[in-house]
Design a protein. Sequence first.
Length: 154
Amino acid sequence: MKIGAMTICFKKSFRESLEICSKLGVDGVQVWATSASLGELDPDTFSDSVSDDLLATLKTLNLEISALCGDLGRGFVEGKHVEEDVEKVIRMMDMAQALGVNVLTTHIGVVTEDPYDPSMKSLRWAMEELGAHGDKVGVFLATETGPEDGATLN
């Protein structure tokens, strides 16, 4: 069994959180990857040097990234920002691939029970786009929702 921790939960700097994880003996870390202001990595400023530095640090601390957290806080059910958010999540998937991480987690929003609700068109489009890109780059999108039951998500 492997044990991991989400680095942002320690409420310390990213480096300090990684050191804490190493001292605790966890195997992997989930790294927040939406923007520098919210977390530890930003797909808009990610570069080869950022990747190289992070991977070297992880190796030194005997850690691996188990997943990137790509939660933008809005889900994909409101059409006015979905295209922009899908583009950003695609950049996060590319960042995950560059880091050798095959899982990106995100919240997709509250899924309505009504399959004809206009929000479902937006959600379906977003999931199809992200699924296709994930297939292309080898990154799985692990989604979280809200209060829905399994039948609603089917």
